[in-house]
Design a protein. Structure first.
Length: 119
């Protein structure tokens, strides 16, 4: 059974930090193309905030957050992390983990974790 579970969200003051975790099971590492973090704020479209490619470990983070967000993975723990520093109120959103299959491109989503940044 394929599972994707996010955790680590919460309420933090502006300037603070959080580390989100994406724990996955039922996937073979070699069958994962990439794992990405997305976020969706109320009334806004879902946007990607970082991705890590499992083949070579390279990452892709948009300029809007690249100096504050860092993605990493621990294959032994089947977990991908998103370290978020210097958080801003505009980072408030539900953060989702997405796994893309290397076999057929199917995308698997977690249930999301809420991040709220107070000013």
């Amino acid at each position: 059974q394929l599972q994707v579970v996010e955790s680590g969200g919460g309420l933090v003051q502006a300037g603070g930090s959080l580390r989100l975790s994406c724990a996955f099971s039922g996937f073979r590492i070699k069958e994962i193309s990439l794992i990405a973090w997305f976020r969706q704020a109320p009334g806004k479209e879902r946007e990607a905030v970082s991705a890590i490619y499992f083949g070579d470990g390279s990452t892709n983070t948009p300029r809007s957050v690249e100096n504050r967000f860092t993605i990493s993975k621990d294959n032994a723990k089947n977990t991908v992390y998103l370290q978020m520093n210097n958080l801003k109120p505009e980072d408030t959103a539900v953060y989702y983990c997405n796994i893309r299959s290397a076999l057929n491109g199917t995308m698997y989503w977690g249930q999301g974790t809420q991040v709220t940044v107070s000013s």
